[in-house]
Design a protein around this ligand. Structure first.
Ligand SMILES: *[C@@H]1O[C@H](CO)[C@@H](O)[C@H](O)[C@H]1NC(C)=O
Length: 210
């Protein structure tokens, strides 16, 4: 067999795979679909989806005090990391169906593309996407720390109380560059001191008292 033919075959196969993927799901970035994760028997019944649902048809777990609320940012640059973080949350949770995800995306981002990408990888995820107005913070950012931190969406975490519905009283915010190795319920159960509204890991010698 002439040597050149060996090279043609994989190229053709690659072309066919790309064409097939484009034909079936045109509106989402391509990531593998995660399996469904189920609650263990002793999990609280957070929501009966047949009876309760929000006015816009969203499952009311997104507004439930018994749900575990997780907030993250969502953008195309870091979506791979975000999806890996979501998977790690679900994989290590004993009550994955009781977790509600709240994603903050730039108001100028293509929200339907981001939503479709999350849904195609996690068809059973309880999530909502909130638009964040970048211009409200972009002029406040000091560029002195690290250029990767200059993105306005990085500061959306400071506005979670305004962005999320007021029925959400407690939320765990996760960066898009981490993977959980234990049940997020342990993290969510962190006791805050009297009069404290916020807790964060102390690292890089951060001094929170100042
Ligand atoms: C958003 O992304 C979808 C899917 O890629 C595309 O069809 C649509 O035109 C985009 N919308 C905007 C406003 O860019």
């Amino acid at each position: 067999m002439p040597k050149t033919q060996l090279f043609h075959f994989p190229l053709l196969l690659f072309t066919m795979v790309v064409a097939f993927a484009a034909a079936t799901t045109p509106v989402a970035l391509q990531f593998k679909e995660a399996p469904q994760f189920y609650n263990s028997p002793d999990c609280a019944l957070v929501v009966d989806k047949d009876r309760e649902s929000g006015s816009d048809g969203e499952p009311s777990i997104l507004c439930s005090d018994r749900a575990l609320h997780v907030a993250m940012t969502l953008d195309t640059a870091y979506i791979r990391g975000t999806l890996a973080a979501i998977l790690s949350v679900l994989q290590h949770s004993s009550c994955p169906q009781n977790i509600a995800f709240h994603f903050v995306a730039s108001a100028t981002a293509n929200a339907s593309l981001l939503r479709a990408t999350v849904s195609s990888s996690f068809p059973f995820l309880n999530f909502y996407v909130y638009p964040f107005d970048d211009t409200s913070v972009s002029r406040l950012i000091s560029t002195s720390i690290r250029s990767a931190l200059d993105c306005p969406l990085n500061y959306a975490r400071s506005y979670l109380a305004d962005l999320l519905p007021s029925c959400v009283h407690r939320v765990v915010y996760l960066d898009s560059d981490l993977v959980l190795v234990d049940d997020i319920a342990k993290l969510a159960a962190t006791q805050l001191g009297d009069n404290s509204v916020l807790a964060a890991p102390e690292y890089c010698n951060a001094n929170f008292t100042s």
